[in-house]
Ligand binder design. Structure first.
Ligand SMILES: Cc1cc2nc3c(=O)[nH]c(=O)nc-3n(C[C@H](O)[C@H](O)[C@H](O)COP(=O)(O)O)c2cc1C
Length: 171
């Protein structure tokens, strides 16, 4: 499968944070900037964190969450850029450690090797962010060239800067 109309293809990776309920804001903004969007969600995020039917209607593609079977074609074209929003404590730490136990984290691990721009909007409560493993994960990912938005605790939904992720991959 190739991107429609020759548009660049953006993977939006969605994790199980409460703020994921607003992810359609990011998808709409990306489409307005002429990205074709495919969503990859963690299995936890698929459990009621966002309106999956609305997102599928918006992107015109099924959300990916599980691995395809070996005989199935790749459902999405390769990415031109990847955005992780919202990014949880769990997914950030697993990604940094290279623990590819969900399709979402495996996709992130592979994106580094593909050399495409990757932007992350973390959504992590202050008490979790204090864990030393988290800071080490951020340092490791930054060292890999991953671009980060401002820290966000999940408290103020209106203050979450969805569009900034697109600025980060545009650079
Ligand atoms: C209502 C609710 C909101 C949550 N919000 C967050 C959050 O903002 N950030 C976070 O790191 N974890 C949050 N969690 C915990 C994650 O869902 C949990 O760690 C999960 O294992 C993350 O899985 P994932 O990284 O594969 O998406 C929340 C859990 C619930 C039930």
């Amino acid at each position: 499968m190739t991107a429609q109309d020759g548009k660049p293809f953006l993977y939006v990776v969605v994790c199980a944070a409460g703020i994921a309920a607003d992810v359609s804001k990011l998808i709409t903004a990306a489409q307005e900037r002429d990205w074709e969007v495919g969503v990859i969600a963690t299995p936890a995020a698929m459990g009621g964190f966002f309106d999956t039917a609305a997102v599928e209607a918006l992107t015109g593609r099924p959300i990916r969450s599980a691995w395809r079977t070996p005989g199935e074609p790749r459902p999405f074209p390769p990415p031109d850029a990847v955005v992780v929003a919202p990014a949880t404590f769990n997914t950030i730490n697993k990604w940094a450690a290279g623990l590819a136990d969900t399709l979402a984290v495996a996709t992130l691990c592979e994106a580094y090797g593909l050399g495409v721009p990757i932007a992350v909007l973390p959504c992590v409560a202050d008490a979790l962010a204090a864990h030393p493993a988290y800071n080490e994960s951020l340092m490791r990912l930054r060292g890999m060239g991953v671009r980060f938005g401002d820290p966000h605790s999940g408290e103020d939904r209106q203050a979450f800067r969805w569009e900034y992720a697109l600025d980060l991959v545009d650079r």
